[in-house]
Write a protein that binds this ligand. Sequence first.
Ligand code: UFG
Length: 324
Amino acid sequence: MNVLVVGGAGYIGSHMCLCLATAGHRVVALDNLSTGHREAVQWGELVVASLDETSVVAETLRRHEIDVVMHFAACSLVGESMQDPYRYYQNNVSSTLSLLMAMRDAGVAQFIFSSTAAIFGDPQSDQIEENHPRQPINPYGNSKLAVEMLLQDAAQAYGLRATTLRYFNAAGADPQGRIGESHTPETHLIPRLLRRAAGEDLSVQIFGTDYPTRDGSCVRDYIHVNDLAVAHLNAMEHGRSQPGFHCFNLGNGIGHSVLEVVKAAERAVGVPLDIPFGPRRAGDPATLVASSRKAREILDWTPRHDSIDRIVADAWNWHRRPAF
Ligand code: UFG
């Protein structure tokens, strides 16, 4: 297949390019490099463009005879979305609509979309299934839910084959250390811990000690970025034979507390990190864990790197010597 990876210079997008190329597909990355890295595009051609450059997008779809578009390019910081919601609706919703219209005009019929656990809002069950109420509590979640609704309508009206994948906490890196996670600013727990361990002047705290969890810190479902990429590959195959709109939650179905992740980071690094406790961060639910049953059954997907030690070790392998 000829696959266009929008956001292919970003963290998850670049791992997707690697996964697709390894599986024998032809990959083209499209990225405006606002947060992505040119050096991360090592598998396939890079087209430097934004989605609002509609003639470049249309030309790219036609010239490369694209069969499937995977869309990873988005703003994804909850706090920033509260401060500047227009940016989130512009970049995450309006740009996606432009892309979908260009795809319709070019006759590209399959779309795989990066969605998020943030569409569910405050969890109402221990493990979040696909049919959990979608009630986001911030503009970031709203913007992703808006696209999910758009995709449902597009599947109905235009016959778009659309699959939305709701990620829980993406983490880890290519085990060979060729690419990894590199955000500015970095807000996520595992890279912050490891960048500090690698010597960066970064003050890291454990946000909150009084959540109703086993040790008082928040529990999250960390999923290896390579396992996420494989789920997309399987979703692409599934969407070829099953038209319409599909949704899957992607996590391991196992929760780890912040304290447990700190311990895993200490094991990977080999020294104590002495992370202090701090106040809660606004907007953090106590627990967010996926039910991965549907993806396992229907996509025939099994996370291979599901231990927190493996996830953190691969991330550390990158952060101790980041190439970009
Ligand atoms: N945390 C700390 N210290 C830090 C950074 C994070 O204690 O320096 C804690 C957070 O409070 C949270 C956990 O570590 O409990 C994980 O935080 P991340 O920022 O790594 O990830 P989030 O769980 O906030 O983010 C995830 C997805 C988002 C999604 C969000 C929904 O990455 O896309 O869940 O709540 F929007």
